[in-house]
Design a protein around this ligand. Structure first.
Ligand SMILES: [Mg+2]
Length: 260
């Protein structure tokens, strides 16, 4: 059964990780759903908090998995962070992000000693005391903290993985500062995605496997939010959260029939 909220959608925002793929594997029905989206004429964008790669590399990885998604169709947390940084007066940034992801911030001056802004993203196993302490010291000198996102955990092939939210929270705790969140669920992020769609919030439905970042974030921005029960979704964890999705889908493949 398709949720009624989905049937009335004039445009779609779609999460990627846990929706179209997990790890390096496409999820069942992902390719067909992408083809249906392309043929539907319905405006859509993929919206992701994945910050392990630059947007260009992400496009290549998706293609390698057989997912026909172009970088121009993806709005990333880095896209939003760059827009935010551009509003500032030529900030010097410390990109505490994965090596490949640094490409997205190439237009800014970088410094790890007197940065105005620290941009934190996923660095996987590279987290250590030295890096945390460097970020802490920059913040104590006045640097602002931009978190590409503050996810709690994410779904990998091997199971749930600790996400960067814990590191962001640690820096906030130690410095008595609050990070600015660039990616989902920030209203700023969803505003950028809506601008790319050229649509107003009430006509758009967001689909994702994260109740906070995807469903609640979209609802707070005025959209409908549908939860996909693949990826990181766990019913026992969802039951404890104060989020009521506008519908539920068992797999992304379910949108194919509706679109065609
Ligand atoms: Mg996801």
């Amino acid at each position: 059964m398709l949720p009624n909220s989905l049937k009335s959608a004039q445009g779609l925002l779609l999460d990627l990780n846990g929706v179209f793929y997990v790890g390096n594997r496409p999820l069942p029905g992902a390719q067909a759903a992408i083809a249906a989206l392309q043929n539907s004429g319905l405006p859509y964008r993929y919206v992701t908090n994945n910050t392990t790669q630059s947007t260009a590399s992400m496009g290549q990885s998706l293609q390698a998995m057989g997912l026909a998604i172009a970088p121009t169709e993806i709005v990333t947390a880095a896209t939003a962070a760059v827009m935010y940084l551009k509003q500032m007066d030529k900030p010097k940034i410390y990109p505490l992000v994965a090596e490949d992801a640094k490409q997205d911030f190439a237009e800014f001056t970088w410094s790890d000693t007197d940065a105005d802004v620290i941009v934190v993203g996923d660095i996987g196993n590279d987290w250590n005391y030295r890096l945390m302490n460097r970020a802490f010291r920059l913040m104590m000198k006045g640097a602002q903290l931009i978190a590409l996102h503050r996810g709690k955990y994410w779904q990998w092939e091997a199971g749930l993985q600790l996400d960067i939210g814990a590191f962001v929270a640690g820096l906030e705790y130690a410095t008595d500062q609050t990070a600015i969140v660039a990616g989902k669920p920030s209203p700023f992020f969803y505003q950028i995605a809506l601008e790319q769609l050229g649509m107003s919030a009430e006509d758009v439905v967001m689909i994702g496997d994260d109740l906070e970042a995807d469903v609640k974030g979209a609802q707070d921005a005025g959209m409908k939010g549908i939860v996909l029960t693949t990826g990181k979704y766990r019913s026992h964890l969802a039951a404890k959260m104060n989020v009521t999705p506008d519908g539920e889908l068992a797999a992304i493949g379910a949108i194919s029939d509706w679109l065609t």
